[in-house]
Ligand binder design. Structure first.
Ligand SMILES: Nc1ncnc2c1ncn2[C@@H]1O[C@H](COP(=O)(O)OP(=O)(O)O)[C@@H](O)[C@H]1O
Ligand code: SF4
Ligand SMILES: [Mg+2]
Length: 338
């Protein structure tokens, strides 16, 4: 077991390239989709790392790699010091108990023909050592109670619940094996705004109660703001900026983060007045053919020659007190709060 000071999750140089093939009968590989392309970070017990970036930047692939649902092209994912990417058989099964996922869409991720009791108790079928058969009903009812659902509704079906309640069912299932890490892949994106806050509050209180570590994925910086201790911003398979929550929101140093933040609504009218909206031109380039040097350069208003020639490393720089992958990183107060 890791001591509290050691990271519970250590991700190093993680790469996932999906082969890009042509032809139906005789498939030949004509390239690769670089979905995740050299990602490294640590996560500590009880900590939330927000992971933010546009659709297609590799967030869900990263999540699947962390849970060993996909095998990486290269790199490592250590959980309590042990690499899950090379684990097999019983070892892999044991490690998976400790890292669970809450999916994006509670409408499609729950089997409509299973009762809530069967859905939440399903992990016990695979890991029967956690809850003996005779004890499962009670355990499932406890889990329903923990996530704020009526334990008497154990025999109901998903369609009898609202969207927010369905996501609570998904969270209960994620908690069943008492994992130390939960990956939340856009868990509130499919929910009404009014329900989002309730689910976020539930996740936050569960984190305190069970000392959970979260990877919280979203495509919008405003969603992860209150729940994250640290935030990582992804662009085309890479982390371009990572730091403590306040550092990223009050002093972003990468132009991409600055653009994303400038689009986030600001609650106080003063901030809104001072704010300059940065409009990003175009869509991200294809991950099959990322630009040379800095991948953001085709959309960056600060790009210089060096940006096409040299890939900027993700590191602390003279202009950036936290890690930023930009040759010209400098703090910019985008929301006008300081
Ligand atoms: N199984 C797969 N085979 C081929 N390409 C994939 C596969 N899964 C994801 N991709 C591609 O990898 C890139 C990243 O996808 P994804 O991780 O789903 O991004 P995000 O979750 O940030 O929207 C996309 O270009 C996507 O089309
Ligand atoms: S390295 Fe160059 S292109 Fe990339 S974000 Fe910085 S200034 Fe823009
Ligand atoms: Mg996704």
């Amino acid at each position: 077991m890791a001591t509290p000071a050691e990271p519970i999750l250590e991700v190093r140089d993680l790469v996932k390239h999906f082969p890009l093939t042509q032809g139906i009968l005789f498939k030949r590989q004509i390239g690769a989709i670089k979905a995740v392309d050299g990602v490294s970070f640590d996560l500590h017990r009880g900590e939330t790392l927000g992971v933010v970036g546009e659709s297609g930047c590799g967030k869900s692939t990263l999540a699947k790699l962390l849970m060993a649902l996909e095998r990486p092209t290269s790199g490592s994912v250590r959980i309590n010091g042990r690499d899950i990417t090379t684990a097999r058989g019983g070892d892999l099964k044991r490690m998976r108990r400790n890292i669970q996922m809450v999916m994006q869409d509670p409408y499609t991720s729950l089997n409509p023909r299973m009762t809530v009791g069967d859905i939440v108790g399903e992990p016990f079928e695979i890991h029967s050592e956690v809850a003996p058969k005779g004890d499962r009903r009670r355990r499932v009812q406890e889990l329903l109670e923990v996530v704020g659902l009526n334990p008497d509704h154990i025999n109901r079906y998903p369609h009898q619940f609202s969207g927010g309640q369905r996501q609570r069912i998904g969270i209960a299932r994620g908690l069943a094996l008492r994992p130390e890490i939960i990956i939340c892949d856009e868990p509130v994106s499919a929910l009404d705004v009014s329900i989002q806050a309730q689910v976020m509050n539930l996740l936050e209180s569960l984190q305190k109660e069970f000392e959970l570590a979260y990877i919280f994925i979203a495509h919008d910086l405003s969603v992860v703001r209150h729940i994250s201790h640290r935030v990582a911003v992804m662009y085309l398979g890479k982390i371009v900026e990572i730091g403590r929550d306040a550092e990223i929101y009050d002093g972003p140093t990468h132009p991409y983060t600055q653009a994303l933040l400038s689009a986030v609504p600001v609650p106080d009218p003063e901030g809104r007045e001072q704010r300059q909206r940065i409009i990003l031109q175009g869509d991200p380039p294809s991950p099959a053919n990322p630009p040379s040097g800095c991948r953001f350069r085709t959309r960056c208003w600060k790009a210089q020659e060096i940006c096409a020639e040299q890939e900027p490393a993700l590191e602390i720089r003279p202009g950036s007190p936290h890690s930023s992958a930009c040759h010209f990183a400098e703090v910019r107060d985008v929301v006008g709060s300081g």
